[in-house]
Design a protein around this ligand. Structure first.
Ligand SMILES: Nc1ncnc2c1ncn2[C@@H]1O[C@H](COP(=O)(O)OP(=O)(O)OP(=O)(O)O)[C@@H](O)[C@H]1O
Ligand SMILES: [Mg+2]
Length: 275
């Protein structure tokens, strides 16, 4: 069964794109087959995957607004082993207005994903825009699970309350929506602000698990310029290892068993597609 997981936070710059890409890379590295979907008009994930936006024949914009475009028509390979991409395009910014005239505008992504057999993939990972708009609502209705990347900073809390109000309302339309957990990113381990915020988070949202944190690393941004994942660019770094731990956590749907190994378990059978 293909799991659909969205990396979602309406706050900008919380490492949604970085996490979608590198959790995908870590799952791919372990032999899983991953489809990433870029649903941000900024097209950051598309560019970070080394895909030339100007040369695209179709994008997620066409998927949402053209009846004769199906998901397989717009999937492109990436330079990241095991990872394919549904690219975005700056045109997606206009989709917000254009969807106003579409019946059931909030369900277009869900319909498009349900219309095809996703069986070739173990995971569909969705990168979300920093907004709570029609595109974001489409994501919340289409996804099965949510990972909420957060920058451990006091200002993030207010945004999270609003997000959970929205999730509560969305559950009427998508009752199976599950929050996998918060993913602390850019964590500065010696920062008191960060540890205070994580403590407050645990108090305010006691039912939401905390995924393994990803350390702050200025060099990790270089991987984007090189159009590869952090796992490829600096495979033995603490950030790459953190993303492997996050991917293993996501694959298990929870923390490692006491005394267990934090290895990524592939759900695909047989040979890995890429090595
Ligand atoms: N672990 C990290 N250490 C240092 N910088 C990081 C780390 N992870 C991501 N960044 C940087 O933080 C910035 C924001 O990351 P990213 O684009 O992934 O966030 P985002 O949530 O997708 O942003 P947006 O809301 O604009 O879509 C980027 O410049 C990225 O390179
Ligand atoms: Mg982004």
């Amino acid at each position: 069964m293909t799991r659909i997981i969205a990396f979602f936070n309406q706050k900008g710059g919380t490492a949604k794109t970085t996490s979608t890409l590198n959790v995908g890379a870590a799952l791919g590295e372990a032999g899983s087959r991953v489809l990433t979907i870029d649903l941000d008009p900024q097209a950051s994930l598309t560019m970070a995957c080394g895909v030339d936006v100007a040369a695209l024949r179709g994008s997620v914009y066409d998927l949402l607004l053209e009846d004769d475009v199906a998901l397989p028509d717009i999937i492109v390979p990436t330079a990241i082993p095991g990872v394919d991409l549904v690219p975005s395009h700056p045109d997606l910014a206009a989709a917000e207005l254009e969807l106003l005239n579409v019946l059931e505008r909030e369900r277009q992504l869900d319909y498009r994903l349900k219309a095809v057999d996703l069986g070739a993939y173990d995971y569909v990972l969705i990168d979300s825009p920093p907004a709570l708009n029609v595109i974001s609502i489409n994501i919340l209705i289409a996804t099965g699970e949510l990972v909420v990347p957060i920058e451990p900073h006091p200002l993030s809390l207010m945004v999270l309350r609003r997000l959970f109000d929205t999730i509560a309302r969305i559950r009427r339309l998508n009752p199976r929506l599950e929050v996998l957990g918060f993913l602390p990113t850019k964590v500065h381990h010696s920062s008191r602000l960060a540890s205070d915020m994580l403590a407050t988070l645990a108090e305010e949202f006691p039912d939401v698990p905390l995924l393994p944190g990803v350390p702050l690393s200025v060099r990790s941004a270089e991987s984007v310029a090189e159009r590869v994942s952090i796992l490829q660019y600096m495979p033995r770094s603490s950030v790459a290892d953190a993303y492997r731990d996050v991917a293993a956590w996501v694959a298990r749907g929870g923390p490692p068993p006491p005394g267990g190994q934090a290895a990524v378990v592939s759900e695909s059978e047989g040979e890995p597609v890429h090595v």
